[in-house]
Design a protein around this ligand. Structure first.
Ligand code: CAA
Length: 291
């Protein structure tokens, strides 16, 4: 299949990053969300990111406008009727993703491939709400999508070889490396990454060290670009909690049990960067530890 049009469903931090990457790769992108202000906000965010790239001399003003021109807002899911590929990036909850995919299945032509950006939910189960389970695949991007080099491709039980090939070719066009994972809770990357974040939160909960020292341990001791708490703030604590619950339920193992502090913070609305406060406070110029 010659992929030209990509319909990105969900204009949150992942959806907007994916739309940017897709438009930079030359695809025509329709970016959907339920509220106009979310899509407009996403496009503004993309413009700001591209301005930074332009300032570094890696993009001309014309190229910047051309990339932005390839991203068109779509408030109605019916805009997906001409899409070659849908990339679903709605909230990380199985029911929400299923609802979106079910509606899209009634809108998009049978040839359209459905890629889900889920980091943990079963592709096989998501595919059951469609009449095209062979065309449903996982394309798990990492945050921030324009920077992170990997896309984890997930093969559902019924995903066809052809669909895997299409996902690989889109990733290659985006300049990304890929790995192929079987459909098991948390696939490869999430089952490795999430316990590390949860462990960092547990260390804080048990009073073993300060927020800054826990992060410093990972940054300087393990050479990770970010510590587990600042990474949790970047990804969003609500997403982290949902994903850990999926791992805990899916594997039935205590090691994935979400730290009670994480749950309390989500209940309190301290979701990380997106809410202005998580393990750090983002209200000032410099982030400061909030706990
Ligand atoms: N969008 C686009 N570009 C961005 C960006 C964003 N949100 N944030 C940073 N960048 C770019 C910058 O423009 C800069 O580009 P150049 O190198 O070309 O100049 C580059 O990224 C580095 O940025 P900074 O110098 O501002 O900051 P940094 O060096 O501290 O890097 C970071 C920031 C890329 C976020 C880095 O800290 C990092 O890699 N952190 C770890 C991120 C990570 O682990 N992500 C995976 C999360 S898990 C996940 O996503 C899976 C899931 O589903 C839950």
């Amino acid at each position: 299949m010659d992929v030209k049009n990509i319909f990105v469903v969900g204009a949150g931090q992942m959806g907007s990053g994916i739309a940017q990457v897709a438009a930079q790769a030359g695809f025509e992108v329709l970016l959907h969300d339920v509220e106009e202000k979310i899509v407009v906000g996403a496009k503004e965010k993309i413009r700001k990111q591209l301005e930074r790239v332009k300032e570094k001399g890696r993009l001309t003003a014309e190229e910047l406008e051309a990339i932005l021109g390839r991203i068109r807002p779509a408030l109605d899911l019916s805009a997906g009727k001409g899409a070659d590929v849908v990339i679903e990036a709605v909230f990380e909850k199985e029911e929400i993703k299923k609802e979106a995919l079910k509606k899209l299945d009634g809108i998009c032509p049978p040839k359209t491939v459905f890629a889900s950006n889920t980091s943990s939910i079963s592709i096989t189960r998501l595919a059951t709400v469609t009449k095209r389970p062979d065309k449903v695949v996982g394309m798990h991007f990492f945050n921030p999508a324009p920077v992170m080099k990997l896309i984890e491709i997930v093969r559902g039980y019924l995903t066809s070889e052809e669909t895997i090939g299409i996902a690989r070719s889109i990733a290659a066009a985006m300049g990304k490396e890929t790995i192929l994972a079987k459909d098991y809770p948390g696939f490869l990357s999430t089952r490795i990454g999430m316990p590390l974040i949860n462990e960092g939160i547990l260390a804080l909960y048990q009073g073993l060290g300060s927020v800054e020292d826990i992060d410093k341990a990972n940054r300087l001791g393990l050479n990770h670009p970010m510590g587990p708490l600042e990474l949790a703030d970047l990804v969003g604590l609500d997403t982290i909690l949902n994903v850990l619950e999926i791992l805990y339920e899916g594997h039935g193992e205590q090691k994935y049990f979400p730290c009670p502090l994480l749950r309390q913070m989500v209940d309190a609305g301290h979701l990380g960067r997106k809410s202005g406060r998580g393990f750090y406070d983002y209200s000032g110029k410099e982030k400061k530890p909030a706990l």
